[in-house]
Design a protein around this ligand. Structure first.
Ligand SMILES: N[C@@H](CCC(=O)N[C@@H](CS)C(=O)NCC(=O)O)C(=O)O
Length: 293
């Protein structure tokens, strides 16, 4: 074969390989629309549960760095429901997002539908949830965390160099240059989402003002209470914890960290959840108590 043709063929294969590698990075870290299937609403309390999410340990955190994974893990722990946890990535999730729950033959995507499934499957849980005006407040608090605080957290993680470095550390067990490449692919995916969502159109100073409003609203609604509603923690408590643990105990570069820590009742709330429901993990951490400094 002509040497030029051979070189051309080798280059084409090499280029194809690099393109496939970069695309697979994007697929595993930027999610996809998935199957968009209707979620089941109820299962059997006897079925074994497996929660698929991000469970890579992060220093000082008892639960997951993924707020949605942490929300469900915390809710299951709060109610003493047995489950197994498995690491996954966006590529392997049925809807391109984490977490998802497997219960017997049912697979449930999206934390809101996972909660609905659990409430219907374990009837004692529904009785603990607030009713009337408090139920409306509960919905709004959860949406505040999931639709607004989520993007402010992502902004601090993907748009600030210290945030991207922290993400790179999560992939630290992989050979060079994978941690860097994965963190970059992750950053590109988040920036794209934030551009469409709109937060990237705002100046950092303005985003910080919104963050302060969110923290003040949560602090005001919790007030002096132990839990947001009633005597027993509910979905709202699990949700707020899922979104605030990293803000209180990690990511010092993040303005969400600075803002939430201005409210003593929010910090005490996060520590209360850690002490009551993550004592097993706290005892293995440096210092044992894991209280905010
Ligand atoms: N509405 C979903 C949101 C879940 C979600 O966005 N999870 C993040 C990780 S914390 C994710 O999977 N992101 C994938 C992506 O951004 O492409 C839920 O409540 O579970």
């Amino acid at each position: 074969m002509d040497t030029n043709v051979l070189l051309l063929a080798i280059s084409a294969v090499a280029l194809g390989g690099v393109a496939y590698f970069l695309l697979s990075l994007k697929w595993s870290l930027t999610g996809n629309l998935g199957q968009r299937k209707v979620n089941p609403l109820k299962g059997s309390a006897q079925d074994a549960l497996t929660l698929y999410g991000f469970f890579v340990p992060v220093e000082n955190l008892t639960s997951s760095i993924s707020p949605f994974t942490s929300k469900i893990e915390t809710y299951l722990r709060m109610n003493g429901i047995k489950f197994a946890s498995e690491n996954t990535d966006f590529k392997h999730s049925p809807n391109g997002r984490v977490p998802y729950l497997q219960s017997g033959e049912h697979s449930i995507s999206d934390s809101r539908f996972i909660v609905r499934f659990l409430l219907n499957t374990f009837p004692k849980l529904e009785k603990l949830e607030p009713t009337g005006e408090d139920a409306a407040k509960a919905t709004l608090i959860q949406r505040l965390c999931e639709q607004h605080i989520y993007f402010t957290l992502q902004h601090e993680r993907a748009a600030k160099p210290e945030g991207v470095q922290a993400i790179q550390k999560l992939f630290g067990d992989k050979p060079w240059p994978m941690p860097w490449l994965l963190a970059q692919a992750w950053k590109i995916g988040r920036l794209q989402q934030m551009r469409y969502e709109g937060i990237l159109t705002l100046a950092e100073e303005d985003i910080d003002k919104l963050v302060d409003e969110d923290s003040a609203a949560l602090s005001h609604l919790l007030g002096k209470r132990t839990w947001f509603f009633g005597e027993h923690p509910t979905v709202t408590d699990a949700t707020v914890f899922g979104f605030l643990e990293a803000a209180v105990h990690a990511e010092p570069h993040s303005y969400v960290h600075t803002s939430v820590r201005k409210h003593k009742n929010l910090v005490a709330f996060v520590d209360r959840v850690r002490q009551q429901f993550y004592a097993d993990r706290l005892s293995k951490m440096k210092g044992g108590q894991g209280k905010a400094q």
